[in-house]
Design a protein around this ligand. Structure first.
Ligand code: CTP
Ligand code: CA
Length: 224
């Protein structure tokens, strides 16, 4: 190719990629969600397939079309996503957790729509912690499998951002952690991304900025 990267350096590899943002149901018509568009995960899936991998894309509420070159599993909530990723991770060479997974879900899902007349001027929701899917995958990882997590942080100081990333890496136990800053305008909906990737020792192994597609290629280079 143009940049000298072989076209099929991921041939024969099975890669599971989660993308998008989970939605946690509250009642039949409402959910708690986040602003993840799924663009970075979709770029990873598309690039990995183009480089010869068999890609399973676990897609949570994408705002962009899924590539036609991947096996698509549609999920919505964090618990759905957990089920799909644990089933498919068992025989995967790499798992990339690009999805924004809700940390909490409503403690109860109402059978009927919540009505203002029943709740009054304020409504308190009780939320329950969702399982940490990435930490679970790390605990059950087979030898040789590469596990990549993402860390979305609003911290603006680059050194503090990195420190948060290192602490998160230690908690998760993944092989690589892609650290990126998110905010009202950067990260989620954008077509561009700026990331630093840490290895399991906490060292920076890659710094990439540009389109989400070019960042995807650099992340896949680490797997290749
Ligand atoms: N993740 C996960 N399961 C969760 C929450 C997050 O697998 N219940 C994954 C995400 O897909 C991402 C990584 O963990 O790859 C880091 O997500 P992030 O929200 O940045 O970290 P948290 O551990 O949830 O910490 P916090 O939100 O408190 O910063
Ligand atoms: Ca979180």
């Amino acid at each position: 190719t143009e940049n000298g990267r072989p076209q099929s350096d991921l041939a024969g590899k099975r890669i599971v990629i989660t993308a998008g943002g989970t939605r946690e149901p509250l009642d039949p018509v409402r959910f708690l969600g986040n602003r993840s568009s799924g663009k970075q995960g979709v770029a990873l899936a598309e690039s990995a397939a183009a480089r010869g991998a068999t890609v399973i894309l676990i897609a949570a509420n994408l705002e962009v079309p899924a590539p036609t070159t991947v096996q698509l599993l549609l999920v919505s909530s964090a618990l759905d996503l957990e089920r799909a990723v644990t089933e498919t991770a068992a025989d995967a060479d790499a798992v990339i957790m690009a999805a924004a997974v809700a940390d909490y879900r409503p403690a109860t899902v109402r059978a009927d729509k919540i009505k203002k007349d029943d709740t009054g001027d304020s409504l308190v929701l009780e939320l329950t912690r969702n399982p940490d899917i990435l930490a679970g995958l790390a605990a059950g990882k087979k030898p040789g499998q590469v596990l990549i997590g993402f860390a979305a942080e609003t911290e603006t100081d680059p050194d503090l951002l990195l420190a948060l990333g290192r602490a998160k890496l230690a908690r998760k136990g993944c092989d690589f952690l892609v650290v990126n800053r998110v905010g009202w305008s950067e990260g989620f909906a954008s077509d561009r991304n700026e990331v630093r990737v840490l290895d399991s020792a906490g060292d920076i192994v890659c710094e990439a900025s540009g389109t989400k597609m070019s960042v995807a290629q650099r992340i896949l280079d680490l797997i290749a």
